[in-house]
Design a protein around this ligand. Structure first.
Ligand code: ZN
Length: 134
């Protein structure tokens, strides 16, 4: 079963904590033990796991990504958003997490982030919950 939820970004680049809607999808699936696959079907966005306790962490991640892959360069892609495409590939469009006792297994400081690299836009996140086969 695949569930979908929307993410609305409000900036050009932005990390948005999506831990809660993903956990809600796991609970809705009713799976106690298994895997949770998170996928975003966009070429200028990504998903990642990092610290969601201190908001300066996602800000620093974005600041450095925007330096590593500048918005303007001698890109050939005519749409003008090559920087976003490159960041999407660097970070990746899917994640796999464990589910134990009906909850996502995450470290104390870990959260799941949707990474917007070409916003603001309305985006989609797919969550597939796969029960343990035992
Ligand atoms: Zn493009």
């Amino acid at each position: 079963m695949t569930q979908t939820f929307s993410v609305k970004s409000s900036k050009q680049t932005e990390l948005i904590d999506i831990t809660r809607p993903v956990q809600e999808a796991v609970q809705k699936a009713g799976v106690k033990e298994g895997l949770c696959v998170i996928f975003t079907p966009h070429t200028t966005a990504a998903v990642t796991i990092n610290e969601n306790a201190d908001p300066s962490v996602p800000r620093d991640i974005l600041m450095e990504l925007n330096k590593i892959v500048p918005f303007e360069d001698r890109y050939q892609h005519a749409e003008g958003n090559s920087s976003a495409h490159i960041k999407s590939s660097l970070i990746g469009c899917s994640l796999t997490l464990f589910i134990e006792s009906g909850r996502l297994v995450l470290g104390t400081w870990q959260g799941i982030f949707f990474c917007e690299f070409d916003g603001p836009r309305d985006r989609q996140v797919y969550v597939k919950v796969v029960p343990d086969g035992r």
